[in-house]
Ligand binder design. Structure first.
Ligand SMILES: [Fe+2]
Ligand SMILES: [Fe+2]
Length: 372
């Protein structure tokens, strides 16, 4: 009997079902197989045009002492599996990239927005995939993880959203910068209505993100025992400055948080949320945005920090363009060379020298490929 005809759609859904079956039983040994199968399926569907694109670049070390590397993955926005599997494949790709980093990072920071609508299933799926990162993981929360159940499931899986730790002479702080004032009770919103309101960029109903008084007091207290020479690296989901208010690319109490950080000689803030290459320096605080693995946001129509070397406007027909992961080389003294691993473009390094010279030295190359 001749083989039964299978349409492209049937084969697509079969491969998709295979992927989900694989994910359900995912352990570290099975991970490579599943992630390769995911990429194979994506290739077969013309979704993924490029193989692994990570090109480590050599960095000249001017300092004495040992620099070390931390890596990041951010903003994966996982949906329920009935709705979307592309973002799952993209997170698998990032995990694969980070596992292949050489030299290995000391730890990997997840930059927030692991889920899309704060659903338990979305967060569990993310946690299950991130278990396959070979290096220690540190988690940060984003608004998409939080506003369905106000962080209950996220805390169950990952612990407290605000914490600090010391590593090789650097003091690291992780904040929940997406605190919002209660806009939902008075409006009688359901948890899902609240979540969807926060998930929308430009609805005018939600309040602006803030770190809030309780965390600012915690931060003051956390830093009070440190000398001003201690290098600080702070992770926040939203940028700890004011970029563009209508989209909440913004932290409402940014000036107050900056004032707490200002006495320190070396401060780097690494943030998620903006899904784009973003660079800023205010006083001696250096800010770097992280790339997303899900989608790139366009640059806001105003407020772009002058130091930002813009990434290309991505190719809308290539779902992997404008996405990526990356790492930072942390040097003695605490300043970082930030490397953006754009999946379909050359990596871009934003160096310490570029930051401290106010953009005069060591200017990152402007993208050479077409901007769409
Ligand atoms: Fe995000
Ligand atoms: Fe976000």
């Amino acid at each position: 009997m001749p083989p039964r005809f299978k349409s492209i759609e049937t084969r697509y859904y079969e491969q998709r079902a295979d992927l989900w079956r694989g994910l359900e039983r995912l352990d570290r040994r099975g991970f490579l197989k599943v992630s390769l199968a995911a990429m194979g399926a994506a290739l077969a569907n013309g979704v993924l045009h490029y193989p692994h694109s990570f090109q480590p670049i050599s960095i000249a070390y001017a300092d004495t002492g040992e620099p070390f590397r931390i890596a990041y993955i951010s903003d994966s926005h996982l949906y329920d599996k009935q709705v979307n599997d592309r973002f799952v494949r993209q997170l698998l790709r990032a995990v694969d990239d980070i596992n292949a980093l050489d030299p290995a990072p000391d730890f990997v920071l997840y930059g927030g927005d692991l889920a899309q609508l704060g659903q338990a299933k979305e967060l569990e799926l993310g946690a299950q995939i991130l278990k396959n990162v070979k290096h220690p993981m540190r988690m940060m929360v984003g608004e998409h993880d939080w506003y369905f159940d106000l962080g209950e499931k996220w805390r169950d899986l990952f612990g407290a959203p605000t914490y600090s730790f010391d590593h090789k002479g650097v003091h690291f702080v992780v904040l929940n910068s997406v605190v919002e004032k209660d806009f939902w009770t008075q409006r009688g919103m359901s948890p899902m209505e609240r979540m969807q309101t926060v998930a929308g960029l430009d609805n005018g109903i939600q309040s602006r993100f803030e770190v809030g008084e309780a965390q600012r007091n915690w931060l003051k207290n956390d830093l009070s025992a440190l000398s001003s020479d201690t290098p600080l690296v702070v992770f926040s989901h939203s940028p700890l400055y004011k970029y563009y208010r209508p989209w909440n690319f913004w932290t409402d109490d940014a000036e107050q948080v900056q004032a707490i950080l200002a006495p320190f000689h070396s401060v780097v803030v690494i943030h998620g949320h903006t899904h784009q290459l973003l660079t800023n320096r205010i006083g001696n605080i250096n800010f770097h945005g992280m790339l997303s693995t899900a989608w790139p946001w366009p640059y806001a129509p105003e407020g772009l920090p002058a130091l930002t070397v813009q990434m290309n406007r991505p190719n809308p027909f290539d779902p992997n363009d404008g996405l990526g992961d990356g790492y930072a080389e942390i040097h003695p003294g605490g300043l970082v060379d930030k490397v953006y691993n754009l999946w379909n473009r050359n990596p871009i390094e934003v160096s310490r020298a570029y930051m401290s010279s106010g953009g005069k030295k060591d200017v990152p190359p402007t993208p050479s490929l077409v901007s769409y």
